[in-house]
Design a protein around this ligand. Sequence first.
Ligand code: GDP
Ligand code: MG
Length: 441
Amino acid sequence: LGGRISRAIQHMSNATIIDEKVLNECLNEITRALLSSDVQFQLVRDMQKNIKAIVNLEDLAAGHNKRRIIQQAIFNELCKMLDPGKPAFTPKKGKPSIIMFVGLQGSGKTTTCTKYAYYHQKKGWKPALVCADTFRAGAFDQLKQNATKAKIPFYGSYTESDPVKIAVEGVETFKKENCDLIIVDTSGRHKQEAALFEEMRQVSEATKPDLVIFVMDSSIGQAAFDQAQAFKQSVPVGAVIVTKMDGHAKGGGALSAVAATKSPVIFIGTGEHMDEFEVFDVKPFVSRLLGMGDWTGFMDKIHEVVPVDQQPELLQKLSEGNFTLRIMYEQFQNILKMGPIGQVFSMLPGFSAELMPKGREKESQAKIKRYMTMMDSMTNEELDSTNPKLMNESRIMRIARGSGRQVREVMEMLEEYKRLAKIWSKMKGLKIPTRGDMNMR
Ligand code: GDP
Ligand code: MG
């Protein structure tokens, strides 16, 4: 998505005249990208209208930075769409709050209940879990297992089939035990859909939750809006948790869930484990949705740090995506020469963490010098090759001998190269703006 949006904006910035038609084309491309990212059609259309109202053609023509204006407008619109205008109920420590979880079967309710409890427990709360899912065999066992692992008290039954009864008993039990966060897990499937919603309504009426959380699987795509709305119509949903954000899902469904429930997203699930759970933060989420965070920052840094006369060359190489050993060598030279280029690379995922950990610059420099000595023993063919199979055993042995290093060290250097090449290959085909392009001429 990020790539498509940047390309659309880039395409527009390249046009010499920005008129209605060019802007429309750009917005249409962005619309397509957002749709493919599971943002609901109606929402995208509203957004398109709003952006057109904000982005003033005259401002653009007056030589302001077009990319920035449009990117900022999209960013702001998406942020606004994720803000329903009123915060979710926040439980208070030491005072019993009842939190009810609803959502379709498989959306991640039971897992998320435990994550939510565990998250608060670590902060000194006294949470407890109630299993009001009597429909699915094994539901109680699953909750019991999770709760036991996290050392969280739980309540449920293997024999009782009335979810309302269990929910009420569980809540009463834990109120007496002075738990301050009583979490009620519910069923997500029934013989008929109507029966599921009726059951949820009854549990909700009997337990009077302070907050109903709608749990949504981020991979459900365009179905998100209708699903969220159906739940909201049966129970007073007051917050949303989006799960499985670690998968391939693009996350646009979160916008739909907010729009349909008029409630904010409060957490996201990022894995199956208990602590793969994050507080939801609008801005980083939107940056990620647009894919503009890292790359925009990275390009800005290049303009700041790399000497002007080297910029076109480096950018050209980046866009070709053919990261040869020679490019690595040259970048190492830059790192040693100018220090701050480390900042540039530290913005690329994976680059700084291993090659240049913070606080260990001296060791990193020594490592880079060592790598360069080994590369000094390489032939031009090896330095300029884009064929990963070229570096066979006999070449590695020769380089090790030539540089007075261990074979193991040469292999380590080549591993580092492969890792970097993989990162750089993501830049392939990206049309990278130079500073001049970014402004209207
Ligand atoms: P429920 O039917 O709504 O109670 O859903 P469960 O809690 O049983 O979860 C269904 C499946 O989704 C399980 O296999 C969970 O491990 C998995 N799951 C839940 N949340 C996440 C998440 O954030 N990331 C990933 N990768 N898997 C999750
Ligand atoms: Mg469950």
